[in-house]
Design a protein around this ligand. Structure first.
Ligand code: GLU
Length: 295
């Protein structure tokens, strides 16, 4: 009888969301808005709230920032339902996904440097920053560069993805329950072309945000990706990765960005808007909520 009652209460898919900070600095008001929005949504849906530490960039991430982030979130009144997932400890899972794409011929090595890419963008017709469409280079040149130890990125070839998926490539959609920066909302046709052949791993830096975030969201059972609208565009290519890997597509909930006093985007280096500083000036978590319009 009890089981029957429980079965009626439990929804087939329980709401799961997450906050995924990069420990490259202290949390600011914009990060607090993201974390609180996701946490409140999980509470309202009687779902789960997860914390993921996006610490792939070893040159910029620091354990003391991670500790400070957890302290700030706890101070704000947030609690997470599982031990935080640390991306730096998930190389095996990312490698497996990368190999799966590689074995289907969907990746190619790109030896272009950041400087090459910047020049390609400047020279693009009408000054429009064209997405990258480099494509594979001739095998002989590739072998030569490899033998010289030149660094490279593994890029996802949209041309090969299109060939593999056929008409399904053009039919990919995702649901935006919030709003993109230009008011994009509802069902949206995925246009991975808008992002070009994205890099999924870099020989010198490691796995890319796109691969790691998509895989982690899928494996953690995230049903709602709640984050700033500056990342709305990433969903176009994340939807493609989900289709290629057979991962479920979450609902995207892009929210407005919190701007600084001069209307600027907040950055972790703007000390004045960090939670740590605001706490030291005597503000309470409720003051922070009020300031963010989260009453
Ligand atoms: N780590 C990203 C950031 O701090 C968030 C990525 C995401 O929520 O998907 O901006």
């Amino acid at each position: 009888m009890l089981d029957q009652a429980k079965a009626n209460v439990q929804r087939p898919e329980r709401f799961v969301t997450r906050f995924a900070p990069s420990p490259t600095g202290l949390l600011h008001l914009g990060n607090a808005f993201s974390a609180l929005t996701a946490f409140d949504a999980a509470c309202a849906a009687k779902g789960r709230f997860l914390l993921r530490i996006e610490d792939l960039d070893a040159s910029r991430c620091r354990p003391d920032y991670e500790a400070a982030i957890q302290k700030d979130l706890t101070w704000l009144g947030l609690a997470w339902d599982e031990a935080p997932l640390r991306q730096s400890q998930r190389s095996a899972a990312y490698t497996e996904a990368l190999q799966s794409l590689q074995s289907r011929g969907l990746l190619y090595r790109c030896f272009k440097t950041r400087k090459d890419m910047a020049a390609a963008m400047t020279n693009a017709p009408h000054g429009f920053p064209a997405p990258f469409w480099g494509g594979p280079i001739p095998p002989a040149l590739e072998s030569e560069l490899l033998s010289q130890g030149a660094p490279f990125a593994w890029r996802l070839s949209l041309e090969r993805c299109r060939a593999l998926l056929g008409p399904a490539f053009g039919e990919l959609r995702f649901f935006e329950a919030g709003q993109g920066p230009n008011g994009e909302t509802g069902w949206i046709a995925a246009q991975p072309e808008s992002q070009g052949d994205i890099a999924l791993a870099r020989k010198d830096i490691g796995f890319s945000y796109h691969l790691a975030a998509c895989l982690d969201d899928a494996q953690s059972g995230v049903t709602h990706v709640i984050r700033g609208c500056d990342l709305h565009a990433a969903a176009h290519v994340h939807r493609l990765l989900q289709a290629l890997m057979g991962w479920p597509a979450p609902v995207y909930v892009s929210h407005r960005l919190i701007l600084g006093p001069e209307g600027q985007r907040l950055a972790k280096r703007d000390k004045a808007e960090t939670l740590q500083h605001l706490r030291q000036t005597g503000l309470t978590p409720n003051d922070i909520r009020a300031r963010l319009g989260l009453g």
